[in-house]
Design a protein around this ligand. Sequence first.
Ligand SMILES: Nc1nc2c(ncn2[C@@H]2O[C@H](COP(=O)(O)OP(=O)(O)OP(=O)(O)O)[C@@H](O)[C@H]2O)c(=O)[nH]1
Ligand SMILES: [Mg+2]
Length: 331
Amino acid sequence: MISPDEVDGLVAPLLAGDRVALARGMTLIESIHPAHQAPATRLLDRIMSHTGGAKRLGITGVPGAGKSTFLEAMGSYLLTLGLKVAVIAIDPSSPLSGGSILGDKTRMSLLSRAERAFIRPVPTGGYLGGTSRRTRELMLLCEAAGYDVVIVETVGVGQSEVDIAHLVDCFLSLQLAGAGDELQGIKKGIMEMADIIVINKDDGDNRPQVMLTRQMYQSSLNIMRRKYPQWAPLVLTCSALHQQGIDAIWQGIGDFYQHMAGGDRLAAVRKQQHLDSMRKQIEENTLQALFARDDIQDRYRQALQQVETHSISPRAGVNNVTQFIVEKLNH
Ligand SMILES: Nc1nc2c(ncn2[C@@H]2O[C@H](COP(=O)(O)OP(=O)(O)OP(=O)(O)O)[C@@H](O)[C@H]2O)c(=O)[nH]1
Ligand SMILES: [Mg+2]
């Protein structure tokens, strides 16, 4: 059990940038132990007014695209600019032991040793629900601890990519050069979410192919619906391995922020993200609470069974259960 005093004791060092306090705060946020929920909420309340100061970047890419190598290159570059960098690495494939985290220690060796950098792996153990909320909260802690840039990284598969786009300001999609038919498979959804597309491994024999790929992305983007009317997503290339093109990407990120500062667009986007995530969580929690009730469970199973045996239509099943819930709530 963590007392309110202990939580309060964590706040000052965390705000002063103490790494141990930050790590302890994160562990508290991540805990699913019922006794830790109130202290975690208290901690968030206490730091909330110190958040919002970081650039929030998201980066995704298929396994092997070079995310870890890119983070090392970008992170190191940001350190040379005198910035503090935090990386939150979500790994949907790894359970607690974290298969790739050891590998990342070597791929991000400079970052993992740097005083002004902080890397936090977030294992999801295949359970994606709730990861978004916790990631957002970890991001807030990093901001409160004074990090200038917070980068959320995840492997580019399905829902995790969509989730991350709703957490960050600037969403970078790391891509590899591919043959024409592979590019046919460009996922339209991801392209529509990305603010900057980066084609990695622009080195050696890869270069001509990267140039072609870049052109293909550029022309597909031209015919796609834009996320923000005035922002044409950039298509850039780099060699994360040789740390080339990283400065131009940072420049592109700067341009994006400059664009978003106009008319307070960034503030509006962030506010919407917060409200959306709150609404989503309330809906989830409400559903959970309702379905935890025996009477509602019974009614639900009954409807399932009736639909299965074709004795009622799915629509009637929905109506029966919904009406039952509404009646219960009105009592
Ligand atoms: N030639 C070249 N190889 C690169 C570059 N960036 C990364 N690689 C190599 O590509 C391989 C995968 O890189 P990672 O950084 O581990 O890729 P990742 O996206 O983090 O992969 P997962 O963690 O498995 O999702 C490694 O062997 C890297 O050395 C690059 O710019 N050029
Ligand atoms: Mg990696």
